[in-house]
Design a binder for this molecule. Structure first.
Ligand code: ADP
Length: 252
């Protein structure tokens, strides 16, 4: 089974720095999933926050974010390499420009490389090349990219690890009586087109881009699981014990 795991910038950033313990917990989860026979592709944000630890430029300026991503991307990969090495796992960097999925030729080239990495037990770590394509920096935070990665590289499931532990019937950060939706089969048009509300300077996605990703995947016969990236118990039990405790499963 091939799974794409996407981790949001919120989860990987902490007080203007990279949340090393959360990164280690994620790497441990991936090691366990690989030991369980699963092929894992990681889509990781966090380059801008990693860059900010070295040079605190004003992140509200897009050009600064591009520069911070260029500074942070190699640092982020170095941190992943060190953590994966603890489990004797090799990881790799794959950077995409936003238009890669509009070219069949480029998608095919990338698929050959990804398949080869996976055949050799290497974890591909994908990010958008934020220095040249600013789309995800402005809008999406890799939610859309990860859905395309799951579809075009033939994964049956996309797991989004977020600052929120599930999809609710309304924003749980604003309404105390919000109820978790455990399984979602269809997404309403008004939910897909809602105004996006990124809730801090690192979050450019919000729930809407996650719903759009889920909708895209369900229309293509694939599934998406949204769960907390702060506490990995729900995603662990879902993927390793086939028990759906928390989190939301989107499936047609
Ligand atoms: P990440 O950066 O982890 O990918 P985001 O912060 O971009 O995640 O998106 C998740 C946020 O979306 C939550 O913190 C929450 O405030 C907001 N949100 C709005 N409506 C909902 C909803 N119906 N269910 C869950 N979260 C929602």
């Amino acid at each position: 089974m091939r799974i794409v795991i996407k981790v949001g910038s919120h989860v990987l950033a902490e007080n203007g720095s990279v949340a090393k313990e959360r990164m280690l917990a994620l790497v441990e989860l991936i090691a366990d999933l690989k030991a369980d026979g699963k092929e894992i592709i990681l889509v990781s944000s966090g380059a801008v926050s990693a860059g900010y630890t070295q040079l605190p430029l004003d992140r509200s300026v897009l050009a600064n974010k591009q520069a911070l991503a260029a500074i942070g991307q190699p640092l982020l990969l170095k941190m992943y390499q060190e953590k994966f090495a603890k489990y004797n796992i090799l990881c790799s960097q794959v950077l995409f420009s936003a238009d890669v999925f509009s070219s069949t030729k480029h998608v095919n080239n990338a698929k050959v490389a990804i398949d080869t990495l996976l055949e050799n037990a290497v974890v591909p770590i994908i990010n958008e090349n934020d220095t040249v394509s600013v789309e995800e920096l402005v809008f999406g935070d890799n939610d859309r990219l990860s859905a395309h990665v799951a579809h075009y590289f033939d994964a049956s499931l996309l797991v989004i690890l977020s600052d929120i532990d599930a999809f609710y019937d309304k924003d749980p950060n604003r309404y105390e009586d919000a109820k978790r939706r455990a399984v979602v089969h269809t997404i309403l048009d008004e939910e897909l087109n809602a105004e996006h509300t990124p809730n801090n300077e690192f979050a450019t996605g919000g729930i809407v881009t996650k719903l759009q990703s889920a909708d895209f995947l369900m229309k293509h016969g694939r599934k998406m699981f949204l769960a907390s990236g702060f506490n990995l118990l729900d995603v662990r039990s879902f993927l390793l014990d086939q028990k759906h405790m928390g989190g939301t499963l989107f499936t047609s």
